[in-house]
Design a protein around this ligand. Structure first.
Ligand code: F6P
Length: 332
């Protein structure tokens, strides 16, 4: 269970807004629901901004009532929709966005998203003085300053479910499978799903394993009597997994490729992600009431905390070599 920080309410707020941005993540709806309902308990009106920062710039902002967020707790995706807004990189666009909120007497903004989205939130706060709270929402779980983010647990379990199914057919046909999971620049899903799914090797971005080492590992498995193998690969640069498959074919292996792609971004959030998102959504209200701004709500050692957005602008990369070696050690 989590430990919560103790905060004193010092600020009277009447109206705040929330948006979801970047790649959606299962559990975002649970966070929106918690924010709206915790806000409503405190007499704060919460507005939903549709389509991320684009909706903010265009003024697609509508009130959310307690009733309007009923029956979304268990749904994947985001009822507010999401996008990646290139325009928001420009200071003039951010100024225009602040005007939109001021026109509606909105006093603070909550942004649920990954590092790119929270960087946008930080710049928005710095340039306009608007109160901002960030909530980590990305299946990649690659945000500096927090050990967990909304959607990661669900994505790992979705990938794991697929790996378990692939293992059945790999075993029936004595086959080698390359299973690609999401994470263009990050290896957290690959590491977690790979260990839980009994992968023989886990390949992550920025930590290359020599092609010869991969072949040696596969050959050794065969010698040990293991006739089917699963290698879990984080997406990395486009075409990475297919290129590896071609190289393996040239060496006489007969790999099958399965790219899980966006299946990992959808689906009902796990219990873990629903609880995490509910806590973070409610905490955004208590932090704003305590006058806290320009922070990301975070989890560190099972304790909720708030990290200045300034400190989280660079994503963290997966560096736990021991986890990757564990897969090889346990391959049998
Ligand atoms: O949201 C994170 C993520 O799913 C990454 O794992 C992936 O590389 C990327 O988004 C895919 O983005 P898009 O949906 O825009 O293709």
């Amino acid at each position: 269970m989590y430990r919560f920080p103790k905060l004193n309410s010092t600020k009277n707020l009447s109206r705040i807004a929330v948006l979801t941005s970047g790649g959606d993540a299962p559990g975002m709806n649970a966070a929106i629901r918690a924010l709206v309902r915790a806000g409503s308990e405190e007499g704060i009106e919460v507005f939903g901004i549709y389509h991320g920062f684009s909706g903010l710039v265009e003024g697609d902002i509508r009130p959310l009532s307690s009733a309007s967020v009923a029956n979304i707790l268990h749904r994947g995706g985001t009822c507010l929709k999401s996008d990646r807004c290139a325009e928001f990189h420009y200071p003039a666009v951010r100024m225009k966005a602040a005007e939109r909120l001021r026109e509606m007497a909105i006093e603070a903004l909550v942004v649920i998203g990954g590092d790119g989205s929270l960087t946008g939130a930080h710049l928005f706060q710095q340039e306009t003085g608007f109160a901002v709270i960030g909530i980590p929402g990305t299946i990649d779980n690659d945000m500096t300053g927090t050990e967990d983010s909304i959607g990661f647990d669900t994505a790992v379990n979705t990938a794991l479910d697929a790996i378990d199914r692939i293992r059945d057919t790999a075993n029936s046909h004595d086959r080698l499978f390359l299973v690609e999971v999401m994470g263009r620049n990050s290896g957290f899903i690959a590491a977690q799903a790979g260990i839980a799914g009994g992968a023989e090797l886990i390949l992550i971005p920025n930590s290359p394993i020599a092609f010869e080492t991969i072949c040696d590992s596969l050959d050794q498995s065969r010698l040990n009597g293991r006739l089917s193998s699963i290698i879990v690969i984080a997406e990395g640069e486009p075409g990475r997994t297919q290129r590896l498959a071609y190289k393996l074919e040239e060496q006489g292996y007969e790999p099958r490729v399965c790219i899980l792609g966006h299946t990992q971004r959808g689906g009902a959030p796990t219990g873990h992600d629903r609880v995490l998102a509910s806590c973070l959504g409610a905490m955004a209200i208590s932090h704003l009431q305590a006058g806290v701004s320009d922070v990301m709500l975070a989890v560190q050692r099972n304790t909720f905390t708030a990290v200045p957005l300034q400190q989280i602008l660079q994503p963290r990369s997966f560096e736990d070599q021991a986890m990757l070696q564990l897969a090889r050690k346990l391959r049998g």
